[in-house]
Design a protein around this ligand. Sequence first.
Ligand SMILES: Nc1ncnc2c1ncn2[C@@H]1O[C@H](COP(=O)(O)OP(=O)(O)OP(=O)(O)O)[C@@H](O)[C@H]1O
Ligand SMILES: *[C@@H]1O[C@H](CO)[C@@H](O)[C@H](O)[C@H]1NC(C)=O
Length: 259
Amino acid sequence: MTEEAFDVVVVGSCMTDLVSQAPRLPKAGETIHGHKFFIGFGGKGANQCIQAARMGAKTAMVCKVGKDFFGENYIQNFKDNGVSTEFVGQTVDSATGAASIIVNDAVKTIFNPAPAIPDLDPEFYRASDVFCCNESEAELLTGVAVASIEDAGRASEELLRRGCSSVIITLGSRGCVVLSAQEPSSPSHHVPTKPVTTVDTTGAGDSFIGALAFYMAHFPTMSLEEMARRANQVAGVSVQTIGTQASYPSKKDLPTDLF
Ligand SMILES: Nc1ncnc2c1ncn2[C@@H]1O[C@H](COP(=O)(O)OP(=O)(O)OP(=O)(O)O)[C@@H](O)[C@H]1O
Ligand SMILES: *[C@@H]1O[C@H](CO)[C@@H](O)[C@H](O)[C@H]1NC(C)=O
């Protein structure tokens, strides 16, 4: 094992997506004709890692893949994207992804509670520098119904009370809400995003988190609100084309003022 410092280390899931397009879903036991099939790289942890790597962060993925064609193929995908595979194991068991934790070398932690469980171990809140989730995860965890920006503000306050240092709740086309314990007296900030032509929002949340990890690693003194504003823009690019990782922009595809 070599001693290396990484900007972003992602512990999380790594899945191969087998995507079939068909005019409708088949009924149980029915065989129907599809018109398109493709294999894509997915898994929330791996998605976040790839987005951070494409923006220029030195990244490593910690996960396990199968000892099979898809596993080999995925390891090659990490290598093609400049992600270190030093901590990618191979097993005969299938990979499972319950939650992903991102750690950078400044010991900052982003926790993404996906898929969320209502009785999340309280230690996760206290260990999170940035607790980042979407509307439905925030609702499940806090019990606060999240329909509006104000609701998201209330849910973020509850997550802060549970011990998170800061909270981001992503709100799709409405951007996100940011709240930090450093300024407990100030209310949560809504960070809107520019309207874009939406083609496919799959993986937007992971693009957001990957970009956020990049900013935390490369611009440690930047305010969380500014990081969120920029991560909105990166994720906003990813919704304008089809695919998960296939839609994630690289540094060269992004405006220079994001760097
Ligand atoms: N329609 C959209 N227009 C512009 N930006 C968007 C849109 N949808 C998502 N985004 C961007 O992506 C971020 C994450 O989106 P969202 O809150 O939908 O996450 P998510 O539900 O985890 O996504 P998914 O499960 O589809 O990956 C938003 O905060 C925003 O920056
Ligand atoms: C939030 O993310 C989960 C995956 O963890 C997803 O199932 C859910 O649909 C997302 N919610 C919204 C509102 O996008």
